[in-house]
Design a protein around this ligand. Sequence first.
Ligand code: NAD
Ligand code: MG
Length: 388
Amino acid sequence: MVTRRTVSILGATGSVGSSTLDLIERAGDGFEVIALTAHRDVAKLAAAAVRTAAKLAVVGDADCGPALADALSGTGIATAAGPDAVRDAAASGAEWTMAAIVGCAGLPPVMAAIAAGGTVALANKEALVSAGDLMIRATARSGATLLPVDSEHNAIFQCLAGSRIERVRRILLTASGGPFRTASLDQMRAVTPAQAVRHPNWSMGAKISIDSATMMNKGLELIEAHHLFPVGADRIEIVVHPQSVIHSMVEYVDGSTLAQLGTPDMRTPIAHALAWPDRMEGPSAPLDFATLGRLDFEAPDDVRFPALRLARDAVIAGGARPAILNAANEVAVAAFLGGKIGFLDIAFIVGKVLDGYDPPAPGCIDDVLAVDDEARRIAGLVMRNLAA
Ligand code: NAD
Ligand code: MG
């Protein structure tokens, strides 16, 4: 008998969630889907649950529970609703769980999946940024396997395979530079949400697309890398590489630099995490080096992209600083997407919240969630003053 690997996907209706489903559906019989979760997109969640014959479908927004139950009635697929139900779904014991909820809202479910002890493929970088030390410790405690899905971290993980972390001289985190890589501050002041979500190389959810435009995404990824690959933040450098072909690099003490390359398609790192330690067939287009012609690199500019400096300061200071940075950024990005603030206000607001709030280091996940709440409240106040 062929044994099928049991999988759950948290954030199944999003960009990473959909790419994960695509791989699982292409793989045919190899996987058995336990739970799929989403926030509010009942129709998309129900359709995915039916297609994959999932055992359980869960919406995070309790108000959407009746619509989901209705959509799946008669299918034999169980349904549930509310944040606690998402967390329970994460703990339902799948061998492999994709954590692809966006934002710190994904933290309790990620911690539940880690506590359950299986393999957790982590896309939800905000959860790791907010609670890095606690999450890494919980992983060691439960014996769970945490596999990085963020393309850069997946690349670093692949470049580290079989080597000792003490032999690493530098980690080179590549950044596309986003849609405003060559824009002036004056040009950036006037950009609209529609312009900012249009990433030159990747198709992604709205929040990470804005983070890429402000380069806060690279700041969050610096913090993410610091927790996943403990070489010291001063050994993690950001290098702008506009083509997004090299997904990151590891330089060793002997002078060797290893890179992982691929077309910018999240299905490659997701497939790596899905099959690890083996490999599986992936659908992304192969690289055509002759057409590509060249690869370019430049230093990041933290004058036009102050989010980079804010994130570096936060990772060096540690404690609650990364959780504050993340929460303020989530609020500011949502306000920008809602047309309430300007593009340059995003990093300005994050800086103001960090200036005005300095609680002690969180000792548990509830502390992290309390810091997250308070930083959101302060970000709201800063925005109101901005508008006045
Ligand atoms: P997305 O907005 O497309 O999808 C987010 C998913 O989370 C959806 O299924 C949504 O229903 C669910 N969700 C949102 N809020 C929720 C809540 N409060 N409770 C429960 N579920 C909720 O986002 P995405 O682009 O797929 O990104 C997901 C995560 O992966 C983010 O942390 C992002 O930074 C990271 N990531 C994404 C990419 C990418 O290419 N999209 C690449 C690297 C890392
Ligand atoms: Mg990334």
